[in-house]
Ligand binder design. Structure first.
Ligand code: FES
Ligand code: FES
Length: 229
């Protein structure tokens, strides 16, 4: 068998740079880099001591400072939801969506992306569709909030809800309340919208099940276009 020049068996094992360094470090000798293990340990000790000193200094400075963190304290607020006033106590950081779902048990608006990307949390505030996940509850005092529950109360089922049922515009249903509310708000502002306008108007809502055809048909019917648009 021909032996290649770079074959491991072509020449006896050589002592490589790693072996040289390891040997030198073990003995405390200076390696080719001019740096040995004693230098390294000495340097590490100095770095640790410097870090400890800096931390102690920061602690001392922190103790002198007045407290700047304000604890989140629940505040009493009043929200008008679907025509009724509700008194609740929430921390200022609580979103409208969490206040609706956790404090008022209005779970129609869904908590999905939490980043204004899906529209599942859509509610109407003073006539405009908003992402409830991006509104603080305290901001909504003095405003009129409409949720999907407000469109289905009692015997008065809103025509948008009826159109969604008629056109089977729902599959898993998770996006549906947000879509219903978005369609309602859009058609309130654009009662005779055509398909192109509807598509644009509902651009903030996503359906992972792909029920867009049904949603469009429902919106078109509510806009007076029947099935054709
Ligand atoms: S949960 Fe608010 S936009 Fe998705
Ligand atoms: S019906 Fe399932 S996400 Fe829209």
């Amino acid at each position: 068998m021909l032996e290649r020049e770079d074959s491991p068996t072509a020449s006896p094992p050589r002592e490589g740079p790693a072996a040289v360094s390891a040997g030198a470090a073990a003995s405390g000798d200076t390696s080719r880099s001019g740096f040995n293990r004693r230098d390294f340990l000495r340097g590490s000790g100095a770095a640790i001591a410097a870090t400890a000193a800096a931390t102690a200094a920061e602690d001392a400075i922190a103790e002198d400072k007045p407290a700047t963190v304000v604890p989140a304290k629940a505040v009493e607020i009043k929200l008008n939801i679907n025509g009724a006033d509700h008194a609740l106590k929430v921390e200022p950081r609580v979103t409208l969506l969490d206040a609706l779902r956790n404090d008022l048990s209005l779970t129609g608006a869904k908590h999905v992306c939490d980043t204004t990307n899906c529209g599942a949390c859509t509610v109407i505030v003073d006539g405009k569709p908003v992402f409830a996940c991006a509104r603080l509850a305290v901001e909504c005092q003095g405003k009129k909030v409409t949720t999907v529950e407000g469109l289905t109360a009692g015997q008065n089922v809103d025509q948008v809800v009826a159109a969604f049922v008629k056109h089977d515009a729902s599959q898993c249903g998770f996006c549906t309340p947000g879509f219903v509310v978005a369609v309602k708000a859009f058609l309130e502002a654009n009662p005779k919208a055509n398909l192109e306008q509807i598509l644009k108007g509902l651009g903030g809502n996503l359906c992972r099940c792909g029920t867009y055809v049904g949603v469009q048909a429902a919106a078109l019917e509510c806009a007076g276009h029947g099935k054709e648009g």
